[in-house]
Design a binder for this molecule. Structure first.
Ligand code: MN
Ligand code: MN
Length: 467
């Protein structure tokens, strides 16, 4: 390296692609880790399934439900399951809880189509389910793909039936039809956002009638009979159900070089899985380690399973109660002493659509975990904007542990925007920065990540809890 090159190397902040010069041993670790991640994606397409997968792993690794513990001491590992859709986990640190928490928070809900409360109808030889989309989707992406049905139906007597149809190769799948191009002249002239209407996202579920022609709606009747034989339900039971339609295809390795993962729901199950794995590697940290798997992020974090809910505060209060350290107003102080990585995905620069990104402030697939100092829209509206002092601490942790990281914005100024759960914790007094995996085709039925970044985010979360 010449003198000028050396000077440039010293002064410039150049981020390399992580695959560059990576030893085979590390590549193998990355491949193994991503195979396990792909398994998680296929088992956890909804928040309820992610919750049950996560608690199963926690149980196997010595974590216990906080309700079964009366006293907590350093090293204890506990979790709280919020209505089967959200999980909060803690490993009690050597320092008292009031010294502050190191929190990593992701979400386990993803954009999808929900069934309406009165979903079933028949029209001209077909039976359908009416749907209502959940989260920010491009509606046209959800037609003409195989869809599976996941969720629960709760009968009036409280009996709960778990539904999962379309994932097993022997299961039928479902789909939403679209118009043939030959007759789509008018549709094709519409704006992309108007080309498929929300009320037309109707799921095709059957076509065989039963009985004789004296009865009407006999295809609908047949569907209800099939459902009654299998699940013991009637039409009214849909009223108390939560049934979600998600892509039926499986997460897979992407590319001849297998460098990427393609799969549904990586926003934000990629950060959920990597933080879960990092948590399993954490033993008696200095500060209490807290891991959040939130629900309802995609629709604004409202409700009793979203991060706006006080259920999380109650969990932290329980840590104070059960470590025998609680006193009036201590919870506020705990939050003011706490630090958090808001573990949510980042928009990766897509070369095909590079015009929406500003190349010096974009996240690139393969350059490591992405940090967003702020999110928001227009003039940073709605952003919690991390303090420079806190960003310096995080940088220092990552740099001293050789974590590949990149700092980016969500697209060009005034092009759009978005948010995460960061501001909710920041409002409580926590130092928060967004830290997650860059994704292509975000919110689509088939999102893309780099295996390098997936592994790097796992390493980043691991060192954060050691700090
Ligand atoms: Mn997200
Ligand atoms: Mn999202």
């Amino acid at each position: 390296m010449g003198e000028t090159e050396k000077l440039k190397d010293f002064l410039f902040d150049t981020k390399k692609y992580g695959w560059e010069g990576l030893p085979d041993s590390v590549k193998n670790d990355i491949i193994k880790f991503s195979d396990e991640y792909i398994h998680f994606l296929n088992r956890s397409k909804t928040e309820r399934e992610a919750t049950s997968f996560i608690t199963e792993i926690l149980d196997k690794n010595g974590f216990v439900n906080i309700k079964d513990k009366m006293i907590l001491v350093p090293g204890d590992k506990v979790y709280y399951v919020n209505r089967e859709k959200s999980v909060y986990v803690a490993i009690i640190g050597n320092k008292p809880v009031e010294a502050g928490l190191n929190i990593i928070g992701s979400h386990i809900d993803s954009p999808r189509l929900d069934l309406k409360p009165n979903p079933l109808y028949e029209d001209t030889g077909f039976a359908y389910f009416k749907t209502h989309y959940y989260g920010g989707i491009k509606k046209y992406q959800w037609t003409t793909i195989p869809l599976s049905i996941h969720g629960v139906i709760v009968k009036a007597n409280g009996e709960k039936v778990t539904i999962n149809v379309g994932e097993d190769d022997n299961d039928p799948i479902f789909t939403i039809t679209d118009l043939l191009p030959h007759l789509a002249q008018e549709q094709m002239e519409k704006k992309l956002k108007d080309s498929i209407s929300g009320e037309d996202l109707n799921l095709l579920i059957g076509s065989i009638p039963i009985g004789d022609e004296k009865t009407t709606e006999r295809i609908k009747l047949n569907i209800l009979k099939i459902l009654n034989d299998k699940y013991g339900i009637t039409e009214r039971d849909f009223v108390s159900s939560e049934l979600e339609l998600v892509p039926a295809f499986k997460a897979r390795s992407l590319g001849f070089d297998r460098s990427m993962v393609a799969g549904y729901g990586q926003d934000d199950k990629v950060c959920a899985y990597t933080s879960l794995r990092a948590l399993l590697d954490t033993v008696t940290p200095a500060k209490t380690a807290v891991c959040i798997f939130a629900d309802k992020e995609e629709i604004g974090s409202m409700g009793n399973t979203g991060m706006e809910s006080h259920v999380f505060d109650t969990f932290i209060s329980e840590l104070l109660n059960k470590t025998n350290t609680n006193r009036p107003n201590l919870l506020d102080k705990v939050f003011c002493n706490s630090k958090m990585l808001s573990a949510d995905v980042d928009a990766g620069l897509d070369p095909i659509y590079a015009s929406v990104s500003e190349k010096n402030n974009s996240a690139y697939l393969g350059k490591g975990v992405g940090l967003n100092k702020y999110t928001g829209i227009r003039g940073k509206s709605g952003a919690s904007d991390a303090n420079a002092e806190f960003v310096a601490q995080i940088r220092n942790i990552f740099e001293s542990n050789n974590i590949s990281y990149q700092v980016s914005e969500l697209g060009k100024v005034d092009t759009g925007g978005g948010g995460t759960i960061a501001y909710i914790l920041a409002n409580k007094g926590v130092d928060v920065i967004d830290c997650g995996v860059p994704v292509l085709s975000m919110h689509s039925p088939y999102e893309v990540t780099s295996k390098f970044d997936v592994y790097e985010s796992y390493k980043a979360y691991r060192v954060f809890w050691k700090f």
